[in-house]
Design a protein. Structure first.
Length: 286
């Protein structure tokens, strides 16, 4: 796979001018030339540049880092890592079909939790720092689609607690919510996923129908204090009497407020389950 210098700069965080300077002074990296005389880089060159950048961050000079990387044996790349690299390259080219095929390659042989934790969620976390808005939209849509397929394809084990999962009004980032659903379902929970931008009226209707044991709300979008109070208050009123557990960076900066309103906070499926168990035990005390 051949990549242009602009793409390499995005993938590695090293500026184009710096890459050209390294090439002039140290003969590294060593791109080939296209028919139009553009620099084109291989996957191995990308990984070598990343290793050099990491060594420089650790305190080596540029020449020392390049010399060390040159002396390293080239590691074999697993199909999973190769698929991830191809995914990023295809997204940079806005090639949706190739990006989807790369995801398939990266997920081969993994169970649902491994797909979620070792490939899909890490991809979501890296998007903001790697991609512009258009490419992030394309990439996140593909990853969220895969998470939805994973969740829908998991067999339910037993009749565990019921979790109702939603993003509040005007919050469209449901990737973390989907990952939470995968983890809960793997632990025997029954999951009802409402997804992104769920108004309080929809929460109320869903709660009346499915009677959830806990409602999980994912706040990713940043909100000022007044907006956060209004949205969370409406959601809690709609979900009562079910306990509400809130997560996400949009809630983390309002912890005191959410506790005052009577909600709980969790950053993982394990923490959510622990909060639910504490609430259940408190209800059962004489």
């Amino acid at each position: 796979m051949s990549l242009r210098i602009r793409t390499i700069a995005r993938l590695t965080g090293i500026r184009e001018a710096t890459l050209r300077a390294w090439e002039r002074r140290h003969g590294f990296p060593r791109p080939e030339r296209s028919e139009n005389n553009y620099r084109v880089y291989s996957r191995d060159e990308v990984e070598a540049v990343r290793r050099v950048a990491k060594l420089i961050e650790e305190g080596l000079s540029v020449s020392e880092a390049i010399a060390q990387v040159r002396d390293e044996p080239r590691p074999s790349v697993s199909p999973r890592l190769r698929g991830v690299e191809r995914f990023w390259a295809a997204v940079m080219a806005l090639d949706e079909e190739a990006a989807d095929a790369a995801l398939t390659e990266a997920l081969v042989g993994l169970d649902a939790l491994a797909c979620c934790d070792t490939v899909l969620v890490p991809l979501l976390r890296e998007m903001a720092s790697r991609l512009d808005v258009a490419r992030e939209h394309l990439a996140s849509a593909l990853v969220r689609q895969r998470l939805r397929i994973l969740l829908a394809g998991m067999e339910r084990v037993g009749e565990g607690p019921r979790g109702l999962l939603a993003c509040p009004s005007k919050d469209h980032h449901e990737g973390g919510l989907l990952a939470l659903g995968v983890h809960l379902k793997a632990r025997g929970w029954r999951v009802t996923l409402l997804g992104a931008d769920t108004p309080s009226e929809a929460l109320q209707g869903a709660c009346m129908q499915v009677r959830p044991d806990v409602v999980a709300l994912s706040f990713i979008r940043r909100r000022d204090a007044e907006d956060f109070v209004a949205v969370l208050s409406d959601a809690m009123h709609a979900c009562a009497p079910a306990p509400v557990v809130v997560g996400g960076p949009g809630a983390r900066e309002h912890l005191k407020t959410l506790f005052t309103l009577g909600a709980q906070y969790a950053e993982s499926a394990e923490e959510l389950i622990a909060v639910w168990q504490q609430a259940r035990n408190a209800q059962n005390r004489p």
